[in-house]
Every structure is written in C-alpha cells, then in structure tokens.
Design a protein around this ligand. Structure first.
Ligand SMILES: O=C(O)CCC(=O)C(=O)O
Length: 390
C-alpha cells in the first residue's frame, strides 16, 4: 500500500485532460488530489464522493455506448483515490474492494494513468482474504443426468483434438459445429476450480449477476454481488434447500479481465489463432444447475469450453431464422421459441427446425460458428469459459 500511497501523492495534476468538465466538478477533482497529498483522507473521501455522484449521473443517462470515455475515466481515477482513502481510514475491506470493482466495471483507465485498479483490488483482497472468507462450502451434488428427457435430436459431432489445419478445413471454414475433446487437459482450472477456490481468490470481488430463469423473461434483472454472496445465495442455498424461484447466473462476464489471477488458470485454445484478431473476447459463465441461455446467435465464432459440470446444448443452423420467430429490438439475436417446450400453435414454423443436441462435459470445448443458433442449459453446478473470435 505504501507504493500506492506514494504514487498517488506525486501524481501531478492527473485532471489535466479533463479541463472541459463543469467547473464545480473540476474543483472537486482538484480537492481530491490536494487533500490526498496533505493526508487529509476524510476530506479527500468527501470530495471523491461528490465527484463520483456527479459522474454517476452521467454514466446512467442515455445509452451506455454513447457515454463519453471522459466520464468513465474520471470514475476510474476517483474510485482509485476513494479506495485508498477508505483503506487508510480503516473502513471494512469489502467496502474498499467494492469501490475498486465499481471503478473497474463502470470506469475505464485513462491513457496516461499508470495506477491500476485491478492491481489495487488484488492487493486489498490478498491482505484480507484469510479473515473475511467463508470456506465451509459443501461439495457439489451428484450429477442428475436422469432429469434430462431423452431426445430424438441428432447429436453434435465429436472429435479428439484435431490439428489446426483439419479444424479449419472441416469445421471452421464451412461453419459446422463440433465438440472437441482431449484439448483442455493442460488447463490449471480443471484441477483448481472449486467454490472454495473462488472464495479464496475472489470472494470479496463484486460481479454482475443475472437474476431470473432466462434473460427473455419479464422478471429478469441484474444485481451486483460479491462472489461470496453469489455462491452463498445462489449456489450453496440452492443445494441445501432446492432450486429457488429465481436462479442467479454469473453470465457472459469478462471476469478474467477484472481478476487477472483467474486468467492464469485458463488457456486460449490454439484454434482461436485461425481468426484475424489476436485477442478473443473471453467470458465466464458460472452458475448452479438449471441456468438457461435461450436460443440465440452471436456475431463471432465461439469456443465454449467446459471446466466444471455439464451443459446440455441444442444447436440449429443460421438459415433457420425464418422459422424461429426472432425478437425485435434489444433481443434481436434471440428466438421467441422455447426449444425445450415448443408451442406449435403460436410458432408453427418451428416444427420445421431440426436441432442437434449433446451434453458438453468438463474438459470438452464446443465450436459454435458465428450466427449458429444455440440454447444452453446447465445440468450441474457449472463453470464454462467462452472465447469469441473473428
Ligand atoms: O453457457 C451458456 O449459458 C451460454 C453460452 C453462450 O451463449 C455463448 O458462449 O455464446
């Protein structure tokens, strides 16, 4: 923490590039740095809060994609000062770490700013993990394969670790899905990941959790929870008391960007290098048994890698769109048809669609070509990592 304190004190005029903001905000920002330099943490904290409240309004007005980076950069920088002040003033570690995570999730690092909120969050977490974490987590329940109804759908092809060239020729270039086996044994995550491990490495970190059975439902929402809260409320409780009315799913979140310690446990599949862009988008999908991602398509090629638990996947080709009653507006990539119980009166054309279906097991990766329709249900407590690339 000493290094962090010193670097903040000597950061000269970090607000130089924000001269265009409202004079009231600018004077708050200047007070943040002045009071921090004078070790007046209470005053600094108050100025941080004024500035963050002001910027919060800006971040929550209009569409997210239209928000100027300037607001996100200020949010990031002030969150950094606020976390250090909270720490110096002996506030609970959870509050300091949550401030970092809010800065990471809502903010963006200014270009000339060399202090990193991710590092600060990791440092704070390491300092406090032993005192704050609940370690007593029961093991996952026995697999419940018997609950899957037998299906007449054809299964997805499986292949053992094809060469790059054969993958490109036989599946990638023609947009054909395939389950690749025997290619993930070198992932540290396969042995390391457990509920206790997540609590130890990241229990106090705040993440966005989807609440509700599926994102197409009216009562679906999102909540910010720490990983420990998520595990307790939506996994441990679920196992102890049976499925809750509304499931929690840590879905499509760039967790490995937020918490680099976890990034070391996974390995980008070599097949991703067949795309043009060097860095795939990596997302985490972590949840209890029974999470459902309704039938939808994504614009990029995808390798969905299964680390823990199993998932039942149903697929159908892009050219079936006319029979899938696709939503309009925000959900324009998602079908209205519930493929687990198709209402043929409402959606008669869906009778024409033939699905392929398979259970994805730990250590297997499913190649989902760009635009291919996919529906995913977790059969156990599950952790998957997706790599979208193009
Ligand atoms: O695993 C899931 O629930 C959905 C995964 C998915 O839709 C994706 O990787 O694009």
């Amino acid at each position: 923490m000493e290094r962090i304190r010193t670097s903040l004190s000597i950061a000269r005029d970090p607000w130089g590039s924000f001269e265009q903001v409202h004079p009231v905000l600018l004077s708050d920002l200047k007070r943040v740095t002045q009071t921090f330099g004078l070790v007046q943490y209470e005053q600094c904290l108050a100025s941080c809060q004024y500035a963050l409240d002001y910027v919060w309004e800006k971040l929550n007005t209009g569409h997210w994609k239209d928000i100027s980076d300037q607001w996100r950069q200020i949010y990031y920088s002030v969150s950094y000062y606020k976390s250090v002040c909270l720490y110096e003033l002996h506030h609970p570690p959870l509050k300091c770490i949550k401030t970092c995570d809010m800065g990471i999730l809502m903010g963006v690092k200014p270009l000339k700013w060399d202090l990193c909120l991710k590092e600060l969050a990791s440092t704070l977490h390491k300092l406090h993990e032993s005192t704050e974490l609940v370690k007593d987590i029961p093991a996952a329940k026995i697999p419940r394969l018997e609950l899957i109804s037998p299906s007449k759908d054809k299964s997805i092809q499986r292949v053992s670790c094809p060469s790059l060239e054969s993958f490109r020729k036989q599946w990638l270039s023609i947009g054909q899905p395939v389950i690749i086996t025997d290619c993930m044994h070198h992932w540290p995550a396969l042995d390391k990941w457990s509920l206790a491990y997540f609590q130890t490495v990241a229990g106090l970190r705040t993440v966005p959790v989807e609440i509700g059975s599926r994102y197409t439902d009216d009562d679906w929402s999102q909540q910010l929870l720490t990983i420990s809260q998520f595990i307790q409320q939506y996994i441990v409780k679920h196992q102890a008391e049976g499925a809750p009315a509304r499931r929690g799913y840590l879905a499509q979140h760039q967790l490995f960007d937020q918490i680099p310690e976890l990034r070391d446990d996974i390995i980008v599949p070599e097949y991703c290098c067949l795309g043009e862009s060097p860095d795939p988008d990596i997302n985490a999908w972590f949840g209890p048994e029974g999470t459902v991602s309704p039938l939808h398509q994504d614009p990029k090629d995808n390798l969905l890698c299964q680390v823990k638990g199993r998932k039942l996947v149903k697929l159908c080709p892009p050219d079936m769109a006319d029979c899938l009653y696709v939503n309009e507006g925000m959900l324009a990539n998602t079908s209205q048809v519930d493929v687990e119980s198709i209402d043929l009166q409402k959606f008669p054309l869906a009778a024409k669609v033939s699905f392929t279906e398979s259970v994805l097991h730990p250590g297997e990766m499913l190649f989902i070509p760009a635009k291919y329709w996919h529906h995913v249900r977790s059969l156990d407590l599950s952790f998957s990592v997706s790599f979208w690339w193009s």
